[in-house]
Design a protein around this ligand. Structure first.
Ligand code: CA
Length: 443
C-alpha cells in the first residue's frame, strides 16, 4: 500500500486537551487519515507527548480504518504532510510501525514549527483567589494553566518569597501586626522581615493601602479566609506535587523583581533565584520555565554573567515608565528587538503595546508581534482581566481573540485562567490555529 499523505487534526469530540501537542506528559486523542489508492482512510490515534519536541512521543492507532468519501487532497485548514511513498511493507506490524514512526516525526516537525499558544496564570488564578497564594496556584493548575507565574522578592534572611511587590502593605495585615516596622517613607518592605515573620501575616485580596478599599470590587472578599505568603521553594514543591498527582505538567514563570533595588540593599536576587531553579530542575530551554525581568541589564547579566541556559523573557513597559537602565522605546523597535534576540527568547509587552485601541469595531494591531517574530522572539502580553476590560472591549473572549489570533501572540497573561483555556479549546475545536501556512501536497 503506497501511502502518500496524512491528514492530521484534533479529535473534536474526544480530545481532553485542546491541542494535539499540549506539552510534556499530555495525552491527546487525534484523528488521522491516510491517503492511499485514491481514498482517505480515517483512524483515531492516541498521542502522548513526552517532551516539547515530540521526539519520544508514542502513538497508538485505536480504531479500525474507515473509508472516507473519495476526495482529492487539498490545502486548507487542515495540516498536511508528505508521507514517504514506496512499496508497501509486507507484514501489518511493519506497516503500523511505519505509521508510528511517521507520526512521531510529524509531531516533532509540527511542535518545532508552531509551539501551542499558552495561557499564563497571572499571579495564579488571581481573578478568583488572593494573588500569589498557594490556593490561587492550585486553582489555576486545575483550570488548565500552561504556566503559573511567580513574582519574587527577598526576605530579610535572603529567602525568595512570592509577592508582587517589594512592599507588603497592599496584600497583608502587616500595618496592624508590626506598626513600628515601617520605613521613613511609610511603607512596609518584605526585605525588613524574616520568613518566620512574613509567615505570621494574613494575606488578603489586594487593596489600596491609603483607603483600605479592594482594588477589584467584585473579587475575593477582603480579610476573608486564611492565606499566607509562600516561599519560592514551597511553591515549586507545591506545583511539582500537583504536576505529579494530576499527570499534567504546568510550567513556571518566575519574575526577578527590582533586582537593582535589591542590590542597593545588599542582596543579589538573581543569583539566589537561579540556585533555587537549578535545585528544582529548571535549567534549560526544554524545561518548562520562562524567567522574566523588566530590567534589561539584569536580563543580559542572567544570560552572560550568571550563565542561565533556560528561556528568558524581557518584560516591556510603557516607554515613559522608568526601570533601571532600560529603554523600552528602543527595545520595542526593530533595532532593539534584534539586540534583545541575542539574549532573550521572548518579550512580555503590555496589552496596549500589541493592541492600540479599537476603531469602527476593529482592533488596531501594532507591528510589535510581527517584528518580534522576525527575530524569533515569542510574545506574551500582559494582562487580560475579564472583570476590568479596556474601554470599548465587549468581552474577555474578544480580547483573547485580538491578542492570540489577530495579533498572533504566542501566549497571554490573564487573571482568569479558565476563560483563556476555554477560549483556546473553542478555537481548536472550530478551526485549526493559524500557526503557519500548511504545507501543500504536490498535485
Ligand atoms: Ca509579574
Amino acid at each position: 500500500m503506497a501511502v502518500q499523505y496524512v491528514r492530521f487534526f484534533p479529535n473534536r469530540a474526544a480530545s481532553k486537551n485542546p491541542l494535539p501537542f499540549g506539552g510534556e506528559g499530555s495525552r491527546s486523542l487525534v484523528e488521522i487519515a491516510l491517503w492511499t489508492r485514491g481514498r482517505w482512510r480515517r483512524r483515531s490515534a492516541s498521542v502522548r507527548a513526552r517532551n516539547h519536541s515530540g521526539k519520544t512521543s508514542d502513538v497508538v492507532l485505536s480504531r479500525a480504518p474507515e473509508i472516507l468519501p473519495p476526495r482529492r487532497p487539498r490545502t486548507g485548514a487542515l495540516r498536511w504532510a508528505n508521507f514517504p511513498t514506496g512499496s508497501a511493507p509486507r507484514r501489518p506490524i511493519l506497516k503500523l510501525w511505519t505509521i508510528i514512526g511517521f507520526l512521531a516525526g510529524l509531531l516533532s516537525a509540527t511542535a518545532a514549527v508552531a509551539p501551542p499558544r499558552i495561557i499564563i496564570a497571572h499571579r495564579g488564578a488571581s481573578g478568583y483567589l488572593p494573588e500569589h497564594t498557594l490556593p490561587a496556584k492550585a486553582l489555576a493548575h486545575a483550570m488548565g494553566a500552561d504556566y503559573l507565574e511567580q513574582d519574587l522578592v527577598l526576605s530579610k534572611d535572603g529567602i525568595p518569597v512570592v509577592l508582587h511587590d517589594i512592599f507588603i502593605d497592599t496584600v497583608t495585615d502587616v500595618a496592624k501586626q508590626f506598626p513600628e516596622r515601617k520605613r521613613a517613607d511609610g511603607r512596609f518592605y518584605a526585605l525588613d522581615f524574616s520568613v518566620a515573620e512574613l509567615k505570621k501575616l494574613q494575606v488578603t485580596e489586594r487593596f489600596d493601602q491609603r483607603t483600605g478599599k479592594p482594588v477589584f470590587a467584585t473579587r475575593f472578599p477582603l480579610w476573608q479566609g486564611s492565606f499566607q505568603i509562600p516561599t519560592f521553594e514551597e511553591e515549586l514543591q507545591f506545583i511539582q506535587g500537583l504536576n505529579r498527582t494530576t499527570g499534567r505538567e504546568a510550567g513556571i514563570y518566575p519574575e526577578i523583581k527590582a533586582p537593582s533595588w535589591h542590590r542597593e540593599q545588599g542582596q543579589d536576587l538573581s543569583r539566589i533565584v537561579l540556585a533555587v531553579l537549578d535545585r528544582y530542575g529548571y535549567r534549560t530551554k526544554t524545561d518548562k520555565v520562562f524567567l522574566q525581568c523588566f530590567e534589561y541589564p539584569e536580563l543580559k547579566r542572567l544570560r552572560v554573567e550568571l550563565g542561565y541556559r533556560g528561556r528568558l523573557i524581557q518584560l516591556v513597559a510603557d516607554p515613559k515608565a522608568s526601570q533601571s537602565g532600560t529603554d523600552f522605546a528602543f527595545l520595542t523597535g526593530r533595532a532593539g528587538l534584534e539586540e534583545l534576540a541575542k539574549v532573550a527568547d521572548g518579550i512580555g509587552p503590555s496589552l496596549g503595546q500589541v493592541i492600540a485601541g479599537k476603531r469602527d469595531g476593529k482592533f488596531n494591531i501594532t507591528d510589535l508581534v510581527k517584528t518580534a517574530h522576525e527575530f524569533k522572539l515569542q510574545v506574551h502580553p500582559y494582562t487580560i482581566r475579564t472583570d476590568a476590560l479596556p474601554s470599548g472591549v465587549k468581552s474577555g473572549e474578544e480580547l483573547f481573540h485580538a491578542c492570540l489570533v489577530e495579533a498572533g501572540a504566542d501566549g497571554v497573561f490573564t487573571d482568569q485562567t479558565d476563560r483563556g483555556v476555554a477560549f483556546l479549546r473553542a478555537l481548536a475545536a472550530n478551526k485549526a490555529l493559524p500557526d503557519r501556512p500548511p504545507t501543500s501536497p504536490p498535485q
